[in-house]
Design a protein around this ligand. Sequence first.
Ligand code: UDX
Ligand code: UDX
Length: 435
Amino acid sequence: MNIGIVGTGYVGLITGCILSNHHFVTCCDNNREKVDKLNNKEIPIYENNLDELFNKNFGKSLFFTDDIKELIEKNDVVFISVGTPPNEDGSADMKYVYEVARSIGQNINAYKVIVDKSTVPIGTAKIVKSIIEEEMLNRKVWFEFDVVSNPEFLREGNAVADMMNPDRIVIGSESKKAIGIMKDVYSFYDKVSMVITNTESAEMIKYASNAFLATKISYINELALLCEKVGANVIDVAKGMGMDKRIGNKFLNAGCGYGGSCFPKDTRALTEIAKKNDCELLTVNAAITANQNQRKKSVEKIINVIGDLKDKTIGVLGLSFKPETDDCRESPSLYIIKELIKCGAKIKVYDPEGMEEFKWRMADYLNDIHYCRCEYEALEECDFMIVLTEWKQFKDLNFAMIKDLLREPILFDLRNMFYNDVYIKNNFKYYGIGI
Ligand code: UDX
Ligand code: UDX
């Protein structure tokens, strides 16, 4: 099949690379610089196993362009995967999706399936449909088309594996023809369950899943705070809870809060949608508040142990919102490091992939943060250390050496990644979350 993808962000690019194993895929982006880079085989994001896939298919079944007109004309299935960033009030900013819909209406030349891949408010598929119809009427032409909602559930850092082995494929459409075509698009999946439903339900499944997972994390984070007060250990509590198949052991890791491009944005967008429809999602609202609180409590924990932070130098490992990605969108590190700086601390940081992005997001704090070339440089002559993201490579660090680099061997492990490390337990003052 010939497939076009508009938007080469995380979702669009990874979807394009995977589909190009089985179809001819052209990805389009209005950012010319990005397209030029991609055409020079430079991948603009860091994502496990993506380069292998990209290099295998580039120029053979995977192409890049900034010409949206040609993309629409030449492809039978067009995915919309442009960003839907939050507005001030938390609702999703739909201008990019609508812009693409207008381009489709202005250039459509035969039957097409238009696929909403971006996370969009419930009802968007219908709006996209009406925009395309309106543009066709302006042109005084008419072509059949269908709009399908097909949300994506990939996790950054694990996106390629997630997309190769999805738990389910959700297809929202009322058109048998479009459903058949979408089944052909995904016919390479062996035995993956498909949920076929209407567009509104498909759109809701995405928000509902993300808000549920965010709520699960906030729940264990709040329990972690209580565990600390009553002498329980949240790691054992999560283990004991997770063995109940009805609960499941995933997304029960307590930490300094969730971040990223999805959970914070989608929880807020869902509560906004609820408000507009005269409903109140009390649980999701609470999950949002608890997440903000978790970051605050993490800073308070540090102050409670250390006292005045004025003129302290703090070594921080990990900045990205989760390991194995360079993405710092809504990362707890942004809030926590700002707060530590406000208390008068100097910060030294290291992250394997996230430093460049963190630096521009924290451009106002350039004088307060020293960006280092490795973990050891970041910890040298620091008063104590904090781990904010559980990168795998931190597990291999030589803590005997780190003990000598620090002024005092104090470790705030805000992701509980070293909880079982015997050397650290015996040689460091160790503070985790909920333990
Ligand atoms: C995705 C989904 O689209 C979003 O709905 C979901 O909630 C998170 O994941 P992501 O792929 O991370 O977003 O977005 P981003 O990295 O911002 O990429 C969007 C791409 O679309 C950018 O490359 C941008 O240049 C491009 N774009 C944007 C267009 O090509 N045309 C536009 O009109 C707007
Ligand atoms: C999420 C969803 O998992 C994915 O299905 C959807 O398509 C996009 O949003 P992503 O944001 O990439 O994916 O990462 P995820 O692994 O879900 O982590 C999100 C945040 O939750 C991270 O900040 C992570 O550190 C935090 N988290 C996750 C926890 O604090 N505890 C956990 O147990 C799991």
